[in-house]
Design a protein around this ligand. Structure first.
Ligand SMILES: Nc1ncnc2c1ncn2[C@@H]1O[C@H](COP(=O)(O)OP(=O)(O)OP(=O)(O)O)[C@@H](O)[C@H]1O
Length: 969
């Protein structure tokens, strides 16, 4: 069987460098592809030359459908009309699988989704490929791959080619995070269907499982720089449908891979077939590594990053990551991203570097690779940024791209001079609905803990033959060295272990991972802990093209050989990461999701405590504010009260002063009276006496004088007593209080001179003026206090507008009225003075008459005689003869006596009325006094006007009638 297999053309193609070991003969897969049937021994042993379509004779016979229970090929092919279905089917099953028995021992643990270990046997180099066609189940080619491969194999048998069309481009080409794909949902359906198939056929597949299916190797052919991708007539032939590249040149051979992307395939297709499933597995908890390998300028960066119109693997993976998160509500995720480059064998953190080319990282801390039993090999210290959206993630990566070193080389105007590694760490945890943020650490933990997986997306620097400048040469040297080490490690990969159980080459020697930073960093992926997808890029020039002329062929062949070795040697036994409880998993404190959850709990607690404290403080604050307001209110009330008290005090003082003043007035009147006569104490009385006498002498009535007197005494009473209205009527209501033993003398011995009275009245006037001034001052003060306290204040020309205290305005009004009244009284006094002056003049005249009359006593007697014999009254004509004049004077005296009698009579009547009314009581000696019950209500000091009246009356009554003037004839 092996003899009939086409011989690999390895000897002539050879590894790119001498360090690379020769490919094991049995591992060459270039003629086996993904075909599922053993290749006939009659197959040609030498590759065909020139362009050729894969010969059907090279194709293995169709594998019979495994079971009748499986879907019929027609059922699958019947979905040809549905592009998506076809695409998915092909993408799952078109991966060529490594041949069994390629020297990889069957002691490998089964693939995570496999039911058992591989039953591969070592196979001879002559039978390298036909085992592939059974479709080794793997994480990256679906779960029901065995059945589907069988179907597809049948399809292939029908026409010799995998008749698939390119998948419809369902992705919108946006440079941002808006890529949408329907593939994920569709894949879910496929997965469900395949899981059912798995369940029924797991037993049959068990013997065919190994880790090969977890490694996908794809080759992408870049279009010719001249735009010509025609290879007809040249040495190269590409068949994307067969995943085949044939070379017809010196080292002719056919190379089959998991995928061959021709120049017509775009980035979207490349991603869908080479990385999409891996990305999904990463989201499920597996580690995954995708890297692009190839000669400089062949499209590694183009494939990994893409362009705005044609996003590459990295942006499409990011889109799918977030799509997966959206479609998996049962779990919660946390993403963190780091971006490093290996430049000249030094690691730099692209997220911590200033952007822009050519900026030296000298100031940056050197990043070293460390190894951890759980994390494997990792770079430290490395900045990791937590991202929450595709846009954010793309921005972070774009920032790293800016910092990455690029330079113009012979083959690439913007050649990457470093290996760049984007690492996305996915933490996920089962979401427990309604799980409260518990107090204890364990309470908030979901049952499954946190799962951590890593997706590494690596854009390697391109190998190059020679460089023009020293710097480029140095860079190229480091690049080539690391790539050589990578090739060496991959070439030496085997399932062998050393005595310590560590991976070793076939001879039991250690693998040289430490020979370069790149291999050291990729150690985990290469040693089988990760799902791996390798995208090798080549550029095939047509005959006579630049690529051909530049001896790209050798480099291309080297790349193809590298890809073949990778596919054959790398065995991945990636396992789903264990879910770590607490912070114990994945390198201890690395599980940020859990740490964040704890932190969130702590912060929530803190927040609650703060909220409680705030509420407490607010309550206390409100209380304090209330108390302060209350205090302020009380203070204001006290102030207002004090102001009111002050005003009242002012008013009281004013009133007191007024009372004092009036009392002074009274006393001064009395004192003047006493001083003047030693026995007469009342101005009013004195004045009454005078007025009575003057009125008797000068007028007929005397009533006006009495009224005037009453008015004056009423004024005094108003000042000195509370009630004055009833007294103002003077004679009408005399609460007379006359002492029995009245000490006041008769009007003859208590008189004061008119001049003294005038002086007293003028002094009164001055006092009253002063008092008025004082009152006005007080009034002004009260107005000022009022205006400062009220908000309204004084409005011009409108007097006081008191907003809140009407008592002040009432007080002011009252004072105004008082002032007016006092002014009126002053006027009265003025008038009274005038009256007194005139009375004084009258009295003087009367005195003169009296003195003349005294000189003629005899005449008086004569007058008495005349009285008994009435005759015509004497005239007062001064020019008349003395006898006649005296007769007239006698007549006047009689008239005066008559008036006195009338007045006395009138007063007697008044007193009698009062006695009858019970107001006063008549004394033993004819005096009167206030009734006891009246005394209580009245003042101890009888009203002045009543004193006056009573004394007038008493004096008039007690006075013996003056002897009539006797005129001597
Ligand atoms: N499949 C493709 N279709 C169209 N243009 C491509 C394709 N692949 C590469 N190119 C173009 O080729 C040029 C070089 O590509 P790129 O920089 O990706 O190569 P590289 O392998 O990354 O090179 P290096 O190793 O030097 O960085 C770019 O201008 C890119 O646009």
């Amino acid at each position: 069987m092996s003899a009939s297999l086409p011989r690999p053309s390895r000897p002539s193609i050879g590894p790119p460098t001498v360090a690379l070991p020769a490919l094991p003969i049995g591992k060459t897969r270039k003629s086996t592809g993904g075909l599922s049937v053993p290749i006939s021994r009659s197959m040609p042993t030498t590759p065909k030359t020139g362009l050729r379509a894969p010969s059907t004779t090279l194709l293995p016979p169709a594998t019979p459908a495994p079971t009748t229970a499986l879907p019929t090929p027609r059922a699958v092919s019947g979905i040809n009309t549905a592009g998506r279905t076809i695409r998915k089917t092909v993408s799952i099953n078109s991966f060529p699988q490594p041949p069994r028995g390629e020297g990889r021992v069957s002691s490998l643990p089964p693939s995570p989704l496999s039911a058992g270990a591989s039953s591969r046997k070592a196979k001879t180099p002559t039978t390298p490929t036909y085992q592939f066609s059974n479709g080794t189940p793997s994480l990256l080619n679906g779960t029901g791959e065995g059945k589907l491969v069988a179907r597809l194999t049948g399809a292939r048998n029908s026409d010799g080619l995998i008749s698939v069309s390119s998948p419809p481009q369902s992705r919108s080409s946006s440079a941002q995070d808006s890529y949408s794909t329907s593939a994920t949902q569709y894949e879910d359906l496929v997965d469900v269907a395949q899981q059912k198939l798995d369940a029924s056929a797991s037993g049959k597949r068990a013997s065919k499982l190994d880790g090969k299916g977890n490694v996908i190797v794809s080759v992408r052919v870049r279009p010719d720089a001249a735009g010509s991708d025609k290879t007809e007539g040249g040495e190269w032939m590409m068949d994307g449908k067969k995943s085949l590249i044939s070379y017809q040149g010196k080292e002719a051979g056919d190379y089959y891979y998991d995928n061959v992307f021709t120049t017509n395939d775009d980035n979207s297709r490349v991603y869908d077939h080479s990385a999409k499933r891996l990305v999904r597995r990463v989201m499920e908890g597996y580690h995954g590594t995708v890297f692009a390998y190839g000669m400089t300028g062949t499209g590694k960066t183009f494939s990994m990053q893409g362009t705005a119109s044609s996003p590459g693997v990295i942006p499409l993976a990011i889109t799918d990551i977030f799509s997966y998160i959206r479609e998996t509500p049962s779990r919660e995720f946390l993403l963190r991203v780091s971006y490093l480059e290996i430049y000249n064998e030094k690691i730099h953190d692209l997220l911590s570097m200033p952007t822009g080319n050519g900026i030296g990282p000298s100031q940056m801390e050197e990043i070293k690779l460390r190894e951890d039993s759980k994390r494997g090999v990792y770079a430290s210290p490395l900045k990791e940024e937590i991202v929450q959206s595709p846009t954010q993630l793309l921005r972070v990566i774009a920032r790293g791209d800016q910092a990455r070193r690029t330079a113009s080389t012979q083959f690439n105007a913007r050649s990457s001079r470093s290996h760049a590694v984007v690492q996305i760490v996915v933490e996920s945890r089962e979401r427990v609905p309604g799980n409260p943020a518990g107090d204890s650490k364990r309470q908030g933990l979901p049952p499954g803990g946190v799962r951590v997986s890593t997706l590494s997306l690596i854009d390697l620097a391109g190998s190059e033959k020679a460089a023009e400048t020293k710097e480029r040469r140095q860079e190229g040297s480091h690049i080539n060295k690391s790539l050589l080490t990578l090739g060496t490690v991959i070439a030496k990969l085997s399932d062998s272990k050393d005595k310590d159980g560590k991976p070793a080459d076939k001879d039991g020697k250690h693998l040289p991972y430490r020979d370069s930073k790149l291999t050291r960093l990729l150690q985990g992926a290469l040693s089988g802990n990760s799902l791996v997808s390798i995208l090798c890029t080549i550029q095939i020039g047509s005959a006579g093209s630049v690529a051909t002329a530049n001896s790209h062929t050798t480099e291309t062949l080297n790349t193809l050989k590298f890809a073949s070795r990778a596919k054959n040697n790398i065995v991945s036994h990636a396992k789903k990461a264990e879910e770590a409880l607490g912070s114990g998993g994945d390198g201890g404190a690395r599980v940020l999701l859990e740490r964040y959850r704890m932190e969130i709990q702590e912060l929530r607690k803190e927040l609650d405590t703060q909220a409680k404290n705030n509420t407490k403080k607010e309550t206390e604050g409100e209380k304090d504010r209330d108390e302060e307001e209350e205090k302020a209110r009380e203070k204001k009330a006290v102030e207002r009260h004090e102001e009111q008290m002050l005003e009242m005090q002012l008013a009281r003082t004013a009133l007191k002063e007024r009372i004092d003043h009036l009392n002074r007035l009274i006393l001064s009147s009395k004192s003047r009276g006493v001083n003047a006569s030693g026995s007469f104490s009342s101005l009013g009385i004195r004045y009454s006496q005078t007025s009575v006498r003057s009125s008797m002498a000068t007028s007929n009535g005397g009533r006006p004088v009495l009224e005037r007197t009453a008015s004056l005494t009423s004024t005094a009473s108003t000042i000195g007593r509370k009630s004055s209205s009833h007294r103002s009527s003077g004679v009408a209501e005399p609460p007379v209080a006359v002492e029995d033993d009245d000490s006041l003398g008769e009007f003859g011995d208590g008189t004061a001179s008119v001049a003294a009275q005038n002086r007293a009245l003028q002094a009164d006037l001055a006092d009253k003026n002063r008092y008025i001034q004082t009152l006005e001052k007080r009034l002004l003060q009260a107005r000022r206090a009022s205006s400062s306290r009220t908000s309204v204040g004084l409005t011009s020309g409108k007097g006081i507008m008191v907003g809140e205290d009407h008592s002040v305005s009432a007080l002011i009004k009252e004072k105004d009225a008082e002032i007016t009244e006092l002014r009126a009284r002053l006027d009265d006094k003025d008038k009274m003075l005038a009256a007194l002056r005139s009375a004084a003049r009258s009295r003087d005249n009367a005195d003169r008459v009296e003195s003349r009359a005294d000189a003629r006593t005899e005449s008086v007697r004569a007058s008495q005689i005349l009285d008994s014999n009435p005759g015509p009254p004497p005239t007062a004509n001064p020019g008349s003869p003395p006898t006649a004049q005296m007769a007239r004077q006698g007549f006047n005296i009689r008239k005066q006596a008559k008036s006195d009698d009338e007045m006395s009579k009138m007063l007697d009547e008044m007193i009698q009325d009062r006695i009858e009314a019970g107001h006063i009581i008549r004394g033993n000696r004819g005096s009167v006094r206030v009734a006891p019950d009246r005394k209580e209500s009245s003042s101890s000091e009888p009203p002045i006007q009543l004193q006056l009246l009573s004394r007038q009356r008493t004096s008039v009554a007690a006075e013996p009638p003056k002897p009539p003037v006797v005129l001597e004839v």
